[in-house]
Write a protein that binds this ligand. Structure first.
Ligand code: KG4
Ligand code: ZN
Length: 341
């Protein structure tokens, strides 16, 4: 059994916003006692992407088991838990509802407070797990399957979005391009791996400049450029080198993410920069930020890959800071698929 001090705050966290059924126990906001993730990726692969209905059904099947495992692995029981945190948006509504209902039921049964958490606040908070010294303010790039945001983290749970994507999210672009070159779903990790064998300068894809906000992103033009390149090769009967296309596309995404992010860090006058979200686990992206931040004397933070992609530990961390700020939700908490940060 985990030895608990009476003053310890233990958050049981639940995350079901997309295709991962996850639960975790987090102690005092920074120490992960357990992090259980049941990933549905294999189930959705044959459809080339997440099928919402299948995701919800699988969450229902798995959620109790995942929560039980999280408590067991942490060596605690519900009686030790201070509060329960749950992602209530943004995400797939049917998927979110499973986690929200589970959390409400546990909060009621165990008579503990319920704290709703924003999924992106969770992704950003993943940085606190392995960097105990990290405190706001700092700038964070959130790049996931659904979001590409540049965020000023003013304080715990206090955010200002200074840049966002005008069209596709970075992860979405990875997934679409992977599909086009025949790599399948999920595209990010596959492009990441294959790019190591390719030449990033083989094809010069465009680096999008977008309108008036210099911190905004746009990836749909890049995606179209890749599709056009593939079509023209096909028409000319030229063979495509998958690894070169993957590496060149990846470099174009990374160049834009690095340039916009570090420009924001400089303009806003911060010396700390963090990354979060599924795309943040990309090995070349991390290497590029390590190098560029070092040149500029910026301290760079990034979570381990397991805390970049969807997980409940990050929700437990964000939930802890909401809890100590006094945030409480009632049993009328609902899933909000387009919840604003
Ligand atoms: O944060 P996440 O797990 O879920 C959302 O909240 O969307 O992000 C999933 C996205 C997918 O688009 C996936 O292809 C991308 O993150 N991703 C990656 C890598 N691992 C996951 N993209 C690039 N390189 C990776 N290694
Ligand atoms: Zn996510």
């Amino acid at each position: 059994m985990e030895q608990q001090n009476n003053e310890d705050i233990l958050i049981l966290a639940v995350e079901t916003s997309c295709d991962e059924t996850a639960a975790s126990v987090v102690k005092n906001g920074r120490e992960v006692l357990s992090n259980v993730i049941y990933t549905q990726i294999a189930l959705h692969t044959k459809y080339g992407g997440v099928v919402p209905e299948i995701a919800s059904r699988k969450h229902i099947e798995k959620i109790n088991q995942v929560v039980e495992s999280a408590l067991e692995e942490a060596g605690v029981t519900l009686r030790d838990i201070t509060a329960i945190a749950v992602t209530y948006g943004p995400g797939l509504v049917g998927a979110l509802l499973v986690g929200v209902s589970e959390a409400k039921a546990i909060a009621f049964a165990a008579d503990i407070p319920l704290v709703g958490v924003h999924h992106i606040s969770g992704h950003i908070s993943a940085n606190y797990i392995e960097h105990r010294e990290l405190e706001p303010p700092f700038i964070c790039l959130v790049a996931s399957g659904g979001h590409s945001h540049l965020v000023v983290v003013k304080d715990y749970g206090q955010y200002e979005i200074i840049g966002r994507t005008r069209d596709d999210a970075a992860g979405e672009a990875f997934d679409k391009v992977a599909r086009a070159i025949g790599l399948g779903y999920p595209g990010g990790p596959k492009i990441d791996k294959l790019s190591k064998e390719g030449n990033p300068d083989a094809v010069l894809f465009p680096r999008a400049k977008v309108g008036e906000n210099e911190y905004d992103f746009s990836f749909s033009g890049l995606k179209s450029a890749v599709l056009n390149y593939l079509n023209s090769c096909q028409m000319k009967g030229e063979e495509i080198c998958q690894a070169d296309v993957a590496a060149s596309f990846q470099k174009a995404v990374i160049d834009v993410l690095v340039e916009h992010s570090l420009h924001a860090v400089k303009e806003f006058g911060y010396d700390k920069f963090a990354i979060a979200g599924g795309v943040a686990s990309n090995s070349s992206l991390r290497a590029a930020f390590v190098q560029e931040c070092a040149k500029r004397n910026i301290t760079f933070y990034h979570p381990s890959p397991v805390y970049c992609t969807d997980n409940a530990a990050m929700i437990g961390v964000a939930g802890y800071y909401e809890y100590i700020r006094g945030v409480r939700h009632g049993y009328d908490l609902n899933a909000v698929p387009n919840l604003k940060l």
